[in-house]
Design a protein around this ligand. Structure first.
Ligand code: ZN
Length: 351
């Protein structure tokens, strides 16, 4: 394993950011390569500790000559967001200098060619970071971007061009659900990792062995040793199933038995009023159409001071908010419906 340090120039003299990159050299040039990064949203740590557990497993595999394909690991992909505190609260989702989401605004290239990446010398630091991360990842057959939700199940976002070819990966990782999407106009890292392959020759796109996904490792508070262990094993099983690591002791993953639904089936349930949220449901619950999902207490103690929110269709509760204060119009939860949402939002994944 080789460790190198990436440096991203800051927006003023004397400021720069660093993050380590770890590389394992594969022994078989025909084997698929893999790139894993975590904490692009810098406060989302379940993936960071999963990589912390995975790395010794890969070091052992390397010592035993079982690393077949090149592996690149970026355990903490966002040193800019990691350093952002505002009045004592960590702010890892948006760059405070530009208000841009760290997982939006990645360049959507026409082909997987780093020569097409934009020049960033005169750009902001967050944009320099994005271009560098994309440069590090481009060319790998397997690209995993490890995130987490607020409170939630373990689930994947997958582009429709990779499904069901990636069902073995979802099974290997042991996630609960897969959300399929087809259009990225915002430039997520996942979009920037798959859209360049949409209009290139089949021998370049190689959809049969390509893996690109945003992994949502449950909720922001699910930073837990046991979960990190099982998530690391899931990542390792994926690498073994796809031939990046050789491990004859592992059985091939079985069929994926979790929920699979298109993004259009997700109801986000915007809160009708501002106030305190009383949830009736939690991630993993199945609900019937018309079931009460939550009550917003917007005028405490007053007659009519509560507003209830009901399920517009039957489905699975995928996520909910970790805080109980809400503004009108903010999303209460993600309900994966059995059919298309009546107010389905077009566009990109909601990681
Ligand atoms: Zn995220």
């Amino acid at each position: 394993m080789q460790k190198s340090i990436e440096r991203i120039a800051g927006d003023s003299e004397g400021i720069s950011y660093e993050f380590p990159v770890f590389r394992f050299k594969g022994q078989d040039e025909a084997a698929p390569s893999a790139y894993l990064q975590a904490a692009l949203h810098a406060g989302e740590l379940p993936g960071v500790i999963a990589i912390d557990v995975l790395m010794p497993m890969l070091v052992k595999a390397e010592a035993e000559g079982r690393i077949k394909g090149d592996i690149t690991l970026v355990p903490q992909a966002n040193p800019i967001g990691r350093a952002q505190y505002h009045f004592g609260e960590h702010q890892g989702r948006f760059h405070m200098g530009t208000r841009n989401n760290f997982n939006r605004g990645f360049p959507l290239l026409a082909a997987p060619d780093t020569k097409l990446l934009p020049e960033t010398a005169l750009d902001t630091a967050d944009q320099r970071l994005k271009v560098r991360l994309l440069q590090l990842s481009l060319g790998h057959d397997i690209v995993l971007d490890l995130h987490c939700d607020d409170e939630g199940l373990a689930y994947l976002y997958v582009h429709t061009s990779l499904w069901p070819a990636m069902a073995d990966c979802a099974a290997a990782m042991g996630v609960d659900a897969v959300v399929l999407w087809s259009e990225d106009t915002d430039g997520t890292f996942e979009g920037a990792s798959i859209m360049p392959y949409q209009n290139v020759p089949a021998d370049v796109a190689r959809f049969g062995r390509r893996v690109v996904t945003t992994v949502e490792y449950r909720g922001i508070l699910d930073v837990d040793g046991a979960l990190a262990g099982s998530d690391a094993e899931g990542l390792y099983r994926l690498l073994a199933a796809r031939g990046v690591v050789a491990d004859t002791a592992l059985p091939a993953p079985g069929p994926f038995t979790g929920t699979v639904a298109p993004l259009e089936n997700i109801d986000m349930m915007p809160a009708p009023r501002a106030g305190a949220v009383l949830y009736d449901v939690k991630p993993g619950d199945r609900v019937a159409k018309g079931a009460r999902l939550a009550t917003i207490v917007h005028a405490p103690g007053e007659v009519g001071g509560r507003t209830e929110v009901f399920a517009p269709q039957a489905g699975l509760i995928l996520t909910r908010r970790s805080r109980r204060i809400i503004r009108a119009g903010e999303d209460l939860l993600k309900l994966v419906g059995d059919r298309k949402s009546a107010d389905a939002r077009s566009g990109t994944l909601e990681d």
